[in-house]
Ligand binder design. Structure first.
Ligand code: SAM
Length: 274
């Protein structure tokens, strides 16, 4: 007798690209969640409460914006998260929710460009995401967001650093006690050509000293508000009034751009040669 019913197919394990967050995922929430929880409410809470068609969380990570959106709105939520390590933490969070909340959220295990979402949301949020994308990928993201939004939909972009750091800078992540251990870390940023090298050092200490230490490096690409706004205009977004916090850029998707008549089924452009 076969081990599985005949009609079940199992994909053979394929080569998966290295998960960029495989080290950081363990430390992400314990070292950064508290301050960020308050920030996402402040940045996006009002827009999320006004959502009717859906909320799109681009680069959902461990689910900070997704969870806030489920709590603050009754609309469907689409969480787009390509990294397996981050998505696993998100899924654990969703599994703990009441069923009526959990059935409102769909998790897309790809980059937004591959998720092929069409008109699923009237509010889209890119929180702490676009700084991690090289400029060409960032520009490609905007047309994918435009396709995922309904006309008139609002996009809120948490802006990346607007320039390269002049000198190396260190930001200490406040240490947190978990039982008998203390978790800590720091973020070290420095310029490298046109990118920002962002190195995270993590440690776990016990009574007798350091138990574990890890390092993971990310690249970030700076972009000014004007640069991002210009790219968004190219994908059909128009500016909204500035938000209280300058870290957020708010835009609205303009009226749907219709294809030229000749491109529509059965359509012929006036004066076109046949
Ligand atoms: C720095 S994390 C931020 C996660 C979350 N937004 C937060 O603030 O906690 C950036 C996330 O964007 C995801 N990401 C990278 N490229 C993406 C893409 N093309 N589409 C959607 N998400 C992407 C990464 O996997 C990562 O989880």
């Amino acid at each position: 007798m076969p081990p599985f019913p005949q009609d079940v197919t199992v994909d053979p394990p394929g080569p998966e690209s290295r998960d960029a967050y495989e080290v950081s995922a363990e430390f992400y929430d314990i070292l950064q969640a508290d301050q960020d929880r308050a920030r996402v409410h402040r940045f996006y809470g009002r827009d999320v409460r006004a959502a009717r068609r859906g909320v799109l969380d681009v680069g959902a990570g461990t689910g900070r914006v997704t969870l806030m959106s489920l709590a603050e709105s009754r609309a469907p939520v689409h969480a787009v998260e390509p990294a397996r390590s981050m998505r696993s933490l998100l899924m654990t969070r969703l599994a703990a929710l009441p069923v009526d909340m959990r059935t409102r959220v769909t998790v897309h295990p790809h980059g937004l460009d591959e998720a092929a979402l069409r008109a699923v949301a009237d509010v889209a949020i890119c929180h702490n995401t676009i700084g991690c994308l090289p400029p060409a990928s960032r520009r490609a993201l905007w047309s994918a967001v435009a396709r995922a939004l309904v006309p008139g939909g609002v996009l809120l972009v948490h802006l990346p650093p607007d320039r390269l750091p002049r000198a190396e800078s260190t930001h200490v992540l406040p240490a947190q006690k978990v039982g008998e251990h203390v978790y800590g870390g720091r973020m070290v940023m420095s310029a490298d050509a046109d990118r920002i090298r962002t190195r995270f050092d993590y440690w776990v200490r016990g009574a007798k000293g350091v138990l574990r230490e890890y390092t993971e490096t990310f690249w970030m690409w700076p972009a000014s508000r004007a640069e991002v706004a210009g790219e968004l205009a190219g994908s059909g977004f128009v500016p909204l009034p500035e938000r209280a916090d300058p870290a957020v850029l708010a835009v609205r998707l303009g009226r749907a751009r219709r294809a030229p008549r000749a491109d529509r089924p059965g359509g012929v452009r006036r004066g076109a040669r046949l």
